[in-house]
Design a protein around this ligand. Structure first.
Ligand code: APR
Length: 404
C-alpha cells in the first residue's frame, strides 16, 4: 500500500466540498459551486476519456435545459441538441402519434448525448478552475456524521490519499460507495424489481422516424430513440438473464422490424450495432438522501427504470437543489435550504418513479395466455386507447413525460 498522504484542514488546502463521481450529478454540482467561488474537489475513478465517451442517456427534459441554461452550462446542447416533441405508439390495433409538445405545459425534450454533455461540463468546470482527479477511486467515506468527514482514495499509481472536507456529495451512481455510508437505520430503502428486462442497443444508424417510437408486440416491447443524427438507441424486451451476445446482427434487426411493424410503416434504417447490454428494470429510493454531512445525488440517491428517460434529469435537478443549498449556507449563512435538500427532492423523485412505473405497465403486457395475463393485456390496450383518444390523458402524459 502506497504512502498515506493526509490533507489537513483548509489552511492546508482541504476542499470545502468533496464530490465523489464525475457523472451528470457531480459535474453539474461542481460547476454550480465553482460559479459561487466555493472550492470543491471531484474524485472520479474512471479516466477522462472513459467518462467523455460513455454513451448513456440523452433525453433532456425542459427543466434540465432550464437549469443548465441558467447556470451557463448549455452552450453545447443549445448548439447541437435536437428538439423532440412526439411519441409514436405501434400496437396490433394500429399506430398513433402523440405530439406531447402541444399538450400539458407544451414542453419538449432536447436530445443531446450524455457523453457530449459530460464533455461540456468537464471543460466548463476546468474553465472555472475546478479541481478534478480522474482515475482516483474513493475507497471509503468516514465520519460523515461529524464536522470533519474524510475519505480514503487510491489513484491509478496505487498511491493512497486521505482527504478531509466539510461536506461530501455522493454522486457516484448506483454502484458507488456513498449509499453504503448511510447506516441501515438512518434511512428507509424502497426497492422494486419490475420483472422486465431490455436488450439495450446503440446502432450506427440515423433515426428511422422523427419521434420516440414505442412498440407493443406479442414478442415483447421495442423502442427507438434518437441520440444524434448518426446514432440511434434501440431497446428490445428480452427474458431476464439473457446473454446479449446471443443475438446476431441479423436477428436484432429482424426482431426490431417485426415489433416495429416495418412491413406496415417502412423498414428501419439499419446499421452496425456499436454497443449492447441487458438492463433489468428495477427501482430504488432512499429516504432521506442526506446523512450528517453526506448528501446523495443522482443514481447514488435513487435508481429509476429507463422507461420514461428520467434518470439523468433527476440527477441534474438534485444537483441544482443541493448546489443552491450549499451556496446559500456557505455564502449566505442560511442553512434552511441545505437542511431541506432531501425533503425538496423526494416528492419529485417519487412522482418520477410513479410515472416510470405507469410507463412500464403501458409498454409491457404480461406474456402467456392465462386469465390474468389476458386481462392485464386488455387493460394495457384500454390505456393505450385512452392515450390515443383522451385529451386529459394526453395532458397527463405530457406533463409527466417531459415535466416533473
Ligand atoms: N470513486 C470515484 N468515482 C466513482 C466511484 C468511486 N468509488 N464509484 C463510482 N464512481 C463514478 C463512476 O465512474 C461514474 O463516472 O461516479 C460516476 C457516477 O456517474 P453516473 O453513473 O452517470 O451517475 P449520475 O451522475 O448520478 O447520473 C445518473 O445519468 O448515466 C445516466 O441514466 C443514467 O440516470 C443515470 C444518470
Amino acid at each position: 500500500m502506497g504512502q498515506i498522504t493526509r490533507n489537513r484542514p483548509a489552511s492546508e488546502n482541504r476542499p470545502t466540498i468533496l464530490i465523489v463521481g464525475a457523472g451528470p450529478a457531480g459535474l453539474v454540482l461542481g460547476n454550480l459551486l465553482r460559479a459561487a467561488d466555493i472550492d470543491c474537489l471531484i474524485l472520479e475513478r474512471q479516466s477522462r476519456a472513459h467518462v467523455e465517451h460513455r454513451a448513456r442517456a440523452g433525453y433532456l427534459a425542459a427543466n434540465t435545459v432550464r437549469i443548465l441554461t441558467d447556470n451557463g452550462l448549455a452552450a453545447g446542447l443549445l448548439r447541437n441538441g435536437q428538439q423532440h416533441d412526439t411519441c409514436m405508439f405501434r400496437t396490433d390495433h394500429g399506430s398513433f402519434e402523440l405530439r406531447y409538445g402541444s399538450r400539458g405545459r407544451g414542453e419538449v425534450h432536447t436530445v443531446y448525448p450524455q457523453q457530449d454533455l459530460v464533455r461540456d461540463l468537464i471543460a466548463e468546470y476546468l474553465d472555472r478552475s475546478g479541481d478534478i482527479r480522474f482515475e482516483t477511486r474513493v475507497r471509503d467515506l468516514n465520519d460523515v456524521d461529524t464536522k470533519q468527514p474524510w475519505v480514503t482514495c487510491e489513484s491509478a499509481d496505487g498511491e493512497v490519499h486521505q482527504w478531509s472536507c466539510e461536506y461530501v456529495a455522493g454522486c457516484d451512481g448506483q454502484h458507488g460507495i456513498s449509499r453504503g455510508a448511510v447506516p441501515a437505520d438512518a434511512a428507509q430503502r424502497y426497492r422494486r424489481d419490475h420483472g422486465v428486462s431490455w436488450l439495450a442497443l446503440l446502432a450506427q444508424a440515423p433515426q428511422s422516424m422523427a419521434a420516440v417510437a414505442y412498440a407493443v408486440h406479442a414478442n415483447g416491447f421495442a423502442g427507438h430513440m434518437a441520440r444524434s443524427p448518426s446514432i440511434t438507441r434501440y431497446y428490445l424486451q428480452c427474458p431476464r438473464g439473457h446473454d446479449p451476445a446471443s443475438w446476431s446482427h441479423e436477428r436484432i434487426w429482424e426482431e426490431l422490424h417485426l415489433r416495429m411493424r416495418g412491413e406496415l410503416h417502412g423498414r428501419l434504417r439499419e446499421g452496425q450495432i456499436l454497443e449492447r447490454g441487458v438492463v433489468d428494470m428495477s427501482s430504488y429510493v432512499m429516504d432521506p438522501i442526506q446523512y450528517g454531512r453526506l448528501f446523495l445525488v443522482g443514481d447514488a440517491a435513487s435508481l429509476i427504470s429507463p422507461s420514461a428517460a428520467k434518470g439523468a434529469n433527476l440527477a441534474v435537478m438534485e444537483a441544482d437543489v443541493l448546489g443552491k443549498g450549499l451556496v446559500a449556507h456557505l455564502k449566505g449563512d442560511d442553512e434552511q435550504q441545505l437542511r431541506g435538500y432531501s425533503a425538496a427532492c423526494l416528492p419529485r423523485v417519487w412522482r418520477a418513479q410513479e410515472f416510470s412505473h405507469w410507463m412500464i405497465n403501458l409498454l409491457h403486457g404480461p406474456m402467456g395466455d392465462d386469465d390474468e395475463a389476458v386481462f392485464l393485456r386488455g387493460l394495457q390496450h384500454a390505456r393505450l386507447e385512452s392515450l390515443r383518444t383522451s385529451r386529459s390523458y394526453q395532458d397527463f402524459f405530457a406533463e409527466n413525460y417531459v415535466g416533473i
